[in-house]
Structure formats: C-alpha cells, structure tokens
Write a protein that binds this ligand. Sequence first.
Ligand SMILES: [Cu+2]
Length: 632
Amino acid sequence: MPTTYRLRCCSAVVCLLSALALAQAPGADEIVANQNRIPAGKVENGVLSVQLELRSDAWHPEAEDGPKLFVQAFGEAGRAAQIPGPMLRMPEGTTVHATVANKLKMKATVYGLNTRPGDAKTGVEIPAGESREFSFAAGAPGTYYYWARTTEPLSVKLVQPLRADAHLNGAFIVDPAGPVAADRVFVINLMAVASDIVHPSFEVVTINGKSYPYTEPLEYTAGDTIRWRVINPSVSEHPMHLHGAFYQVLSQGTFETNTAYADGDRQSVVTQNLQPGSTMMMEWTPEHAGRWLFHCHFQFHVSTDERVPVFSRVMAEQYGESEPANGAHAHPEAMGATMKDMAGLVLMINVKAPSSVPLPTSAATPRKIDLVIESDAAGGKSRTFSCSVREGKKIVASEDKSVGPPIVVTRGEPTEITVVNHLDVPTTIHWHGLELDSYYDGVVGGGTGNQITPAIQPGASFVARFTPNRAGTFIYHSHTADPNQLSGGVYGGLIVLEPGESFGAEHDRLLVIGTRDTFFDAKRITVNGSEVLSPMLFNRSATYRLRVINMAPNFVADVQLGSNEHPGRWRALGKDGARLPSRLAKSGDALLHIASGETYDFEFRPDTPGEIPWQIENSINKSKLVGKIVVQ
Ligand SMILES: [Cu+2]
C-alpha cells in the first residue's frame, strides 16, 4: 500500500503530493518522461495534424518507482501525458493543424502555436473544459518551443512558468527542407516549490523529464558527429558545460526566433550560458573514449549536498523515504560507473573507442607539477583551503588562501600534475576545458575499461596527464559534491600559453571570480580569493590580456570596467580557451555577463592616466564588489 502525504496545497494551483517509494509500476495514467525521439501527430500531404490536451497527473522525475509529484503536462489525445510535452517536429513548408483541449480545472493560456518567427506576446486563452484549434504555416527552420501557463507571473520580469505549470512546454522543431542530419532534442525544466511553515522550498530540475542519475544515458563512438538541440523554457539561466571536448554553437534562439550561424561564425565553447527561454543547436565530436558529462555549472542544479534541496533529498528528510537519489533507486545503466555524486541537470555520455584505436604515445619527458591541497587548521563553517603549486624547488601559493595560484602550462607540452590531498575529506580535480583522457578528467567514475577515476582520499595523491592542444584560459577546480571546496578555494586559473610565450603582470591580469558562501544566495564575492579589491595598476599604452574566470558555483556575475557614463573599452579575444569568430572578436564597452564555468579573454589597452572604477555584481541578488583601476 503506498502511503501518501500531502505536502502543501496553499493555492488552487500549487498542490504537491508525495508517495513513499514502493516497487510499483507507474499507473496507467501517469505522466511519462519524453526523450523527444518521436514527433507527435501525423504528417500527410504537407500537413501536420496533432491533438494536444492539457492535463494534471502524477509524474516521477527520478526512478519510475520513486517519489512522485502532481503537475500539469501536455499530452496527445489517447496517450499518456509527457514531460516535456509532445514534440512538434516538421519539415519547412509544413502547415500545422493543432487542437488543444484543456482538461484542467482552470483556464490556460497557450503560447507558440503559430508561424515562426512569431509574436512572443500573443497567447491564446482556453477556458477549463474547452478546446481551441490552431492552423498555421510552420515557418522558418529552427529550434523553438511551445508552452502554456495556468498561473499568474510572480513578477513582471518572470515570464516563464515556475510552479504547477512549470512543465507545460514542448519542443517545436522546424527542419530545413531536404536531408537533415540526425540530432537529439533536450528540454531543461525547473519547477520551484515555495516553502511553507512546515516544508523548506526546493526545486525539481530535469532534462527530458528526468533528473540525474535517472536521465537517459547517452551512447556514442569516438569520432561521431553529435548534434543536440537544447531548449531551456525554464525560469533560470543554465551554464551548460561539456567535459572533455569543445562544442560549436550552430544556432541560438528563443521560442519564437532562431539565428543559425555560418561555418566561420560559429563559437566554440565548453560552457554556453542558456538564458531563460532560450534555445541552441550544438555540434561536437568526442575524440576520447570514456565517460563524459554535460551538465549545468550551477552547483545547486547538480549537487547532492544536503544544503542543496534536491527533490529526493527533501523527500528523504521530510517523509522518511529510505534512500536519496543516488541510492537504492539508482538507474542501473547510469550508475554502473558510480558517477553518483551529482544529481539534477546532468547527462552522462558513454563514448566507446572506435574499433581500431591508435593509442597516442609520447616519447617526450613530461613536465612535472604538484598541486598540493591543504586546509586551514580552524575548520568550521566557512572553511578555507590552500592550494600550492610546486615544480622542482619552486613553490607558488596564493597570497589569499581561498583560491589556488594559477597553473601555467604550454600548448603541445606533455604535462603531469600530481594532485596531493592533505584535506580530511576526499577531493578530485577537474581540468575544465582541456581535451584529455576521461580517466584524468577528475570526475569520480570516469575513465575507460577497468581504469576508473577514483576520488582522491585524504593523504592520497593522483597523477593527471595531458598535453594541452590549445592556448587560452582554462580552470582547475574541485569536482566533488562538497560545496566547501569551491567556496574554500580548491580552484584556480589554468593558463595554457603558446610555446615561447610568458605569463606575467606586465601583460596579463587574471581575475578569478569566486565566493565564500556555499549557499545559493551568495553575498561574499571574491576576486582571486579576496573579498576586498585592491587597486589594479596598469601602465599607460601597454597592452594587457585580461583573463576573466567565474568559478563562483552559484551565480552569474556582471563585470563592468568604468562607470555607466564612461564605460571602459576592451577587445574580446577568446571564450573558454577558444578563439572567438570575427563577428564576436570586437572592441566594445567593458561589460561582461559571465556564468559559473565560463572564461573570457579580453585585450585591454588603457591610454589615459588616472583612475577608473570597476565592479563585479552577483546578477541574482545584486551583491557587489567595487574597486578601482589606476593607470600610471
Ligand atoms: Cu542550472
């Protein structure tokens, strides 16, 4: 007998129920996760006919026999409702005939059942129990979505549904006429459940209707060309980070518009910050076999830590659920490799080696570096860790302990970094942006065959080997679920230089943004580990490379050089360690919106002596660090 608890029901539309997990098949009418493989409806003589319904039902965002929520979802008539909603996919030139029946007990407003590009503001209201017909030409090729809302926006700015209607959306894809390369479609969703007297607030975050480790494990072979369309109808930004390879952004859009980039105009990134309501098409080729990840870089969307209110952890704590997400209900395929210290917005990618594998061997003697991680004696709530970098007799540590010193390596040079763990907890270091072997990538459970990446236990060490293949600004950082390590300083800049180049104050400035707060509402912003910005000194008419990194795990930062009236100027050079296409490699006002897990390089050439202000702001809660630039 499933025992059901009523968590909260503070309004007609926010109602949430939880059931203790028992080994039971999902009910016949329950909402199913939609992998977006099969288009809805039927295309005949250039017309797509589809019957959609708006319903409310039970949904299992984790295991099929795990906890469930009651939410609203789109479905096709006669079939189970789906999260995300049924995929509308058709070739260019198609006419769409859609009916939408509202089976909910409240009115709904439907958006996006119209020709693309379209008018973002026009929704069609459907009273409870009624239906409406939509007939329109699909329009321009691209990656879009349709959506509906049944609640009022919480604020004028908040246009995306957030509560019971958070999952009322589905992919809307218009393929160009003619042959089309195979792709996959992933829809990111986020539902926020507000706190009440008894229960803390929490979020449910999913990709194609499932939360990791229950997301679909993906299987590819090294050398494959992989195309994904990623849709973010949710209310949050999500900096989506790919491990071990760069990806090209082929197009970007919203639910109504789409911009495709020609070959030379495409940006290569390892992290693309998907704005609320935005879409992208990406393409990448895994060069290395192993287990890789594609995940949001906000820690609170991927962490299993107890401070992060992940769905089943809330269930586990409040309602006596026996195991959290990474325990007994583990997805057998996904969990085989024990990549289990993450939850939420994560896709695991298994890449097989092609049948003939020429193993690269390097005869050159590697450059050897030690990264030693130590904690302060105090311990306690806001812990500080210190990383030092040792090479031969040289030891480099940061002045401020809550960040690691930059590690500077050279493109093309085989490098061996021994990570020495002097903490009292396990750690692991991820070489963010480097195209290396999966075993060295710093994710516990990564690797190939029997060579599985371990957590580095207290007192143990791990040797990471790689040969950087592009020069630029990268990051090393802890990849454990422990939020103390990122706020405490187990991260730093990883600078790859061209052979013969040097890294120094006369032409480089490294600005690593972080925070001392482990929680979502980060107020204590740091730059290079310090909560105080000391004046940045520049020589007039010298040219500098500003390397900006955001490793704060919980916010997108707005960086500004100069004032609103007199903005500074800089020239964009690179992003995530890759060169920018010419459409983006431009001079402009020194303003930057940089998400967690992104790096940007700018050329800065001050030509007038004097002082100019600069600042870093947490774009979510508006906390700020203000400093000045002194040009001599
Ligand atoms: Cu996210």
